[in-house]
Design a protein around this ligand. Structure first.
Ligand code: BGC
Length: 422
């Protein structure tokens, strides 16, 4: 099933090089000196596209001399886009700007010298005071700032089909793993085909991380990524066993599913629950499915598993002024509102008015202020892309063989290879 990274890069990369001309919203047909701004993301559909469209509407007004060109490559969490991008950067054919997660993943591009310092633009646009310090720290390396964050997403949220739950007599959100498992058993006993909907590798890692947050607590979970918590420790073994138990309630075809396929099981009433980031709120809204519930993963209590999408100025971008106009739009109050009200995320800026946002984001904004922030590996705030790849392949293997010891030693080996060196 799995095709090699090298093949994927070659095949998808070739297609993607054509993509801007083929699917750009502005046609772009012009030569290399045209004022197109190719924006490379993986927001191709549903709530993701709705968020991008919001941003573009502000860009069109604020940057009237430039034309947005859509360079999106579909695939949740950038599973295809990141490979295409790597290949383009290697060939010195960067898009005018690209989406990169704040944190370790952004550091990959910074360390490779692929993105420009934006410190003086931060001064000029007043961004140093617009974003919270913790987030600025995550996009600053060696005293320089390399990207403009568009949002803060939360990863550790469970989404549900309310009717499926109420038909099974489930009326209250579970707050512990034991209660969650009891609900899954109830759904199973009532004949619900998939009590817990799940997708492939990176979505499995998300579910596993939520279990680890419950079993280890927020601080020890964060320690897994900064070298303070031992991947070989007993609580991690416990976490893998608990995760294995949850896997037994999921769809058998999970390894072929993107997050939207799992989400469809919820929408179609074939599943009760799905752990997914809060882009799901926007996507369910965009698809017109109203009967959904949500709660923080049982046992995660006040841990806010965060990630942020940000945009960069790539080295060698054709028209830096056009890119800067996009970046300024991304960081602006209007841009963040137009984007985040449709994307399920909350604004990275601290000056937003919660009343402008849907109910879910209003609650998320309050939690973000009060909770403990913990990072996410599949969404780049915790780990580099090399580490992500190793973790994803370990998860894919575990999905097939269920070997607890093998998963734990693969995760420990990945941390030893890619994690901080003590
Ligand atoms: C991105 C989100 C996106 C999600 C699913 C995450 O990595 O940060 O913006 O909606 O992947 O594709």
């Amino acid at each position: 099933m799995r095709f090699s990274r090298r093949t994927a890069v070659a095949v998808i990369g070739a297609v993607a090089l054509l993509a801007p001309a083929a699917c750009g919203s502005g046609g772009g047909g012009g030569g290399s000196s045209s004022k197109n701004v190719e924006v490379f993301t993986w927001w191709a559909d549903g709530g993701e596209k709705a968020g991008l469209d919001g941003l573009v509407s502000v860009f069109d007004t604020a940057c009237s001399g430039y034309k947005f060109v859509n360079g999106a490559v579909a695939g949740g969490a950038g599973s295809n886009a990141k490979q295409v991008l790597a290949s383009r950067l290697q060939q010195n054919q960067p898009p005018d700007t690209f989406q990169a997660h704040a944190g370790a993943e952004l550091s990959d591009y910074i360390n490779a010298g692929q993105v420009e310092d934006l410190s003086s633009e931060y001064q000029e646009w007043g961004l140093n005071s617009a974003f919270p310090k913790g987030l600025l720290d995550n996009i600053t390396v060696g005293g320089k700032i390399y990207s403009v964050p568009a949002n803060i997403h939360r990863a550790n949220v469970v989404w549900s089909n309310k009717k499926v739950l109420s038909d099974a007599g489930i009326t209250k959100d579970p707050t512990t793993m034991a209660e969650f498992v009891a609900d899954l058993d109830t759904l199973k006993a009532k004949g619900v085909a998939t009590p817990l909907a799940l997708g492939k590798d990176w979505t499995q890692e998300m579910l596993f991380e939520a279990v680890l947050i419950s079993d280890l607590g927020a601080d020890a979970f964060t320690g897994l990524w900064n070298g303070k918590t031992d991947w070989k420790s007993a609580p991690v073994t416990q976490g893998i066993n608990d995760y294995k138990k949850l896997l037994s309630y999921t769809n058998k075809d999970r390894d072929t599913f993107d997050w939207t396929d799992a989400e469809k099981l919820i929408m179609d009433g074939k599943a009760g629950f799905q752990l997914m980031g809060d882009w799901e709120a926007a996507d369910l809204d965009a698809k017109g499915f109203k009967d959904y519930g949500y709660f923080v993963f049982p046992g995660n209590a006040t841990a806010y598993q965060w990630l942020a999408d940000s945009f960069v100025l790539p080295k060698g971008a054709k028209d830096a002024d056009g890119t800067k106009c996009w970046l300024k739009t991304v960081g602006s109050a209007d841009g963040q509102k137009a984007f985040n009200t449709k994307k399920g995320s909350i604004p990275a800026r601290t000056d937003a008015n919660p009343a402008d946002y849907p109910t879910y984001q209003q609650a998320a904004m309050a939690d973000w202020k009060a909770d403990t922030a913990v990072p996410s590996c599949p969404h780049g705030s915790a780990c580099s892309q090399g580490w992500q790849g190793a973790v994803n392949s370990a998860q894919g293997k575990f999905s097939t063989d269920g070997n607890v010891a093998a998963l734990q030693s693969a995760l420990a080996a990945a941390a030893a290879q890619y994690g901080p060196k003590s």
